[in-house]
Design a protein around this ligand. Structure first.
Ligand code: ADP
Length: 428
């Protein structure tokens, strides 16, 4: 079993690693594609800016007018105001070159005076992040004495970074959906495998448990019947009565156990009919208490009951609901190591009755509480190891309460006790 378990975890581990590897490759590929697209864009921007520079320098009227404005500014303001005519010419030039390079990004541009103290020439590479600096555009005439350009045109592209990702939108979305689907599928598969594994372990436990439980009465019956065949015993009427009553008791135990297993199988398959009648819950509670009372007293404990519900008649199947209450009482008695103090209470709500069974038993942790309504589930550790049971009682309780359109709640604390609350509607 251990070998099988570690094999499953090994397979899950390898699959998880491969999945993580695939996700890493996918993410890396997306970033790589984004980088390539950014480089392509930068390249197109660089080409566009070279063309703009070229055509600005070719337009001598434009450069002369701009140079005039720069001269007037004389380094006083960082941004030099240029005339609206020059603005329009420059704008259409930039637009044209951008269109030619298929750059459809919003932009704005400014003429910047290099002599202003705040000017920081950061434009070494033509294009840095979101800014294009058209260097050399306003380079003075080679024959002029002053050979330093005094201003430059800067084009701002505020949406440049978002542009690359917005163009990659569908790739990112499709990849994210695929990764989510694959991861979701993987998680579901792992959960199913682990659940199946748990189920198979619980079924094996159940079979072992059942075999063990059946073996004891069978052995006792076999022993008692062997005794009955002995000559010595046949003459002793008292002994005959004793051994035959042992056989009868053990046979009844066997019947009950087989009944319990068959009952859950039937309920699970839906092969049962609810014979719903107007049932008095208080009568059912008292009947169930009567069957457990002696066992509780034998352990030195007691069952107290407070039948507070004013309206206590519900549409229910008498046999099944009595079984349900008996199951809860039986557990309250079984899972109490000291003297059981069991309290049964009823109260009525607007739409139904609540029956609660509280015990001072061993209680359950939060993790155990998650599973106790599962078929075959038994808490197999701690001091309840030798408490008899098949792990079917609460699964049956839950199924029956659901069938009556009611609900069941559990409050329990390890070492302190448990409280099961059943709600049954008046008209199920
Ligand atoms: P069984 O009693 O036959 O094992 P059940 O389905 O009735 O099966 O209960 C499932 C498990 O829930 C039990 O094995 C036990 O560990 C836990 N349990 C049920 N009722 C109580 C209770 N009142 N106090 C503590 N543990 C309980």
């Amino acid at each position: 079993m251990k070998k099988k378990r570690s094999k499953i975890f090994l397979i899950i581990g390898i699959s998880a690693l491969s999945l993580l590897g695939l996700i890493a490759i996918q993410v890396n590929w997306i970033f790589h594609t984004a980088q390539l697209r950014e480089q392509q864009l930068k390249h197109r921007l660089a080409t566009a800016s070279t063309h703009i520079s070229y055509w600005v320098s070719k337009d001598s009227l434009l450069t002369a007018n701009i140079a005039e404005k720069v001269k007037e500014n004389d380094g006083k303001k960082l941004n030099v105001n240029i005339g609206s005519k020059e603005q329009t010419v420059l704008d259409s030039l930039i637009k044209n070159k951008f269109e030619y390079q298929q750059v459809d990004l919003p932009y704005s541009f400014r003429l910047v005076d290099k002599r202003h103290p705040f000017f920081k020439s950061t434009c070494y590479n033509q294009q840095i992040s979101q800014r294009i600096c058209l260097e050399g555009v306003l380079e003075p005439n080679k024959k002029s004495k002053d050979r330093t350009a005094k201003a430059e045109i800067r084009i701002f592209l505020p949406e440049m970074m978002g542009y690359v990702w917005s163009r990659m939108g569908w790739i990112v979305i499709v990849s994210a959906i695929m990764v989510a689907l694959t991861s979701g599928g993987f998680i579901l598969t792992v959960r199913t495998v682990l659940r199946q594994k748990k189920m198979s372990e619980m079924t094996t436990d159940f079979i072992n448990n059942m075999t063990h439980e059946l073996k004891t009465p069978i052995a006792t019956v076999s022993l008692a019947s062997n005794m009955l065949r002995k000559e010595k015993i046949l003459d002793n009427r008292e002994k005959i009565v004793h051994y035959s009553s042992v056989i009868h008791e053990e046979n009844k135990k066997l019947q009950d156990q087989v009944e319990q297993v068959l009952r859950i199988a039937k309920v699970e398959k839906g092969e049962y009919t609810l014979n719903k009648v107007q049932a008095d819950i208080h009568t059912l509670v008292l009947d169930a208490i009567a069957t457990i009372d002696l066992q509780v007293r034998e352990k030195g404990g007691k069952v107290q009951y407070y039948l507070n519900a004013m309206r206590h008649t519900v549409m229910a199947d008498v046999v099944h609901i009595t079984n349900v209450i008996s199951n809860l009482l039986d557990n309250a008695n079984k899972y109490t190591s000291d003297t059981p103090e069991i309290i049964v209470e009823t109260k009525d709500l607007d739409n139904g009755v609540v029956i609660s069974v509280t015990d001072n038993g061993i209680g359950m942790s939060k993790e155990m509480q998650k599973h106790i309504f599962d078929k075959f589930y038994r808490v197999s550790t701690g001091n309840i190891h030798d408490v008899k049971g098949f792990g079917l009682g609460l699964a049956y309780v839950k199924m029956m309460i659901d069938a009556h359109k009611g609900n069941i709640e559990l409050k329990s604390e390890l070492g302190k006790g448990s409280c099961f609350k059943i709600f049954l509607p008046y008209t199920a």
